[in-house]
Design a protein around this ligand. Sequence first.
Ligand code: ZN
Ligand code: ZN
Length: 150
Amino acid sequence: MMHVQITCSQCGSGVTVAPAITATAAKCDICSQVTELKFEQAHVDSHLEDCPVCSRKDFYQQKDFNRKIGVVLFVIAACLVPWTYGLSLLALYLMDVFLFRKLSMIAICYKCKTIFRNVANIQAIPGYDHEMNDRIVYSDHDFKGKPLSH
Ligand SMILES: [Zn+2]
Ligand SMILES: [Zn+2]
């Protein structure tokens, strides 16, 4: 089933919701901000067409990589360099390659940064486009699901 992680517009924390027609709002555990949701049957079937938060159709896909864990591991590996003659960095690199291969893909809404996991149609979602991101975030442009063609 699709997993939806909303980014709270008030405090920026992640609020996780399971798609359901009856779920019309999600409340932030941290600041109690309520985000309105509009789920459709497609969402329940793990199909991503419209964003349940902002109703946009512009998403990008990326690997589900936890940056915080990556940074912590890098710091540990870097500290161990004097004792391991740099082998700790090599080990980190190998682990990174291994982890990255195992990671699944997620879809993210350009407009409201909602994260979607276990999306059935993830292959149909294009990768991140810097220009699209700028136009959506800064000029509020709506691509209506049609990726920019260069
Ligand atoms: Zn919040
Ligand atoms: Zn959105």
